[in-house]
Design a protein around this ligand. Sequence first.
Ligand SMILES: [Zn+2]
Length: 315
Amino acid sequence: MDKSNINVVEDKYTPKKQKNLVLSGMIENLVSESMYELIVDCNTFMMMASDKNMEHKKLYKNNACKNRFCPICAWRKAGKDALKLSIMMKHLKSEQDKQLIFATFTTPNVKADELNDEIRHLNQSFQRLMQRKQVRETIQGYARKIEVTYNQERDDYNPHIHALFVVDKGYFNNPKKYMPRDRWLELWKSCTKDERITQVHVQKVREDNNSRAYEVAKYSAKDEDYLISEEVFKVFYKALKGKRLIVFSGLFKEASQKYEDGELDHLKEESTIDYVYLLMYQWGNGKYAEIEKRLLDDEEKEEVNGGKIEDMEVE
Ligand SMILES: [Zn+2]
């Protein structure tokens, strides 16, 4: 993607740091004092590497809180997770000769006090679905992600699961294996034991469609949802805290291990940007100030340049 028209510090980091401060006000009474301090302090200092024309900048060093609700840290993690998923998808398709299906499973919206139980119900229903004979014989692995959205008008919550399924290449042309959308819907209704459900979203992942990787990798909750009010934040916090959000199984689990072991590095793209400057920023008075600009020294240059691209652009 062409990054030349955006100023990554002003357009990306500044609004996310502003939201991080909204978060810190809401989370203060829910976390330890040291965690609170890490969150308030998150990304108050950052070093960027830049090319000669200041067109491409990438984060070199910063102080990060790593809290899953932090708008800065969640964004950075989503970028890394999205790249990982897209590389695993490439590996499964081109090196294991598989096809992928993207699916979304949801249940009717619930009020705040029912959200925890509903997430448990959703997870159990998904497990039941995966154990159905027809599904077990067809799906060779999955990556799935829990996501919760908030509807402000109705003041209710919708937990749902995005999943990528691995199937044989011939799946779509094999009448014995192929499961049309109506069959998925029928099974989902039976596994949730909820007759009110009228929809299941299922589609084939087209060649090199990274938007599906993004859908599974992105945040489990949008900050514009959970930062609406302290009350809403508390609901999200209790529902998502400590839960495993992305889960890999079968061939996706194997691919994840290969990715972590560096065995899929050959599928990553090589960075071609020549970074020459080091820019230092400090946060204060609601914005980032550039406090130093100098040439990278030889050691830094070697560390920053070359190598593989390790993340993907996400919103
Ligand atoms: Zn953070």
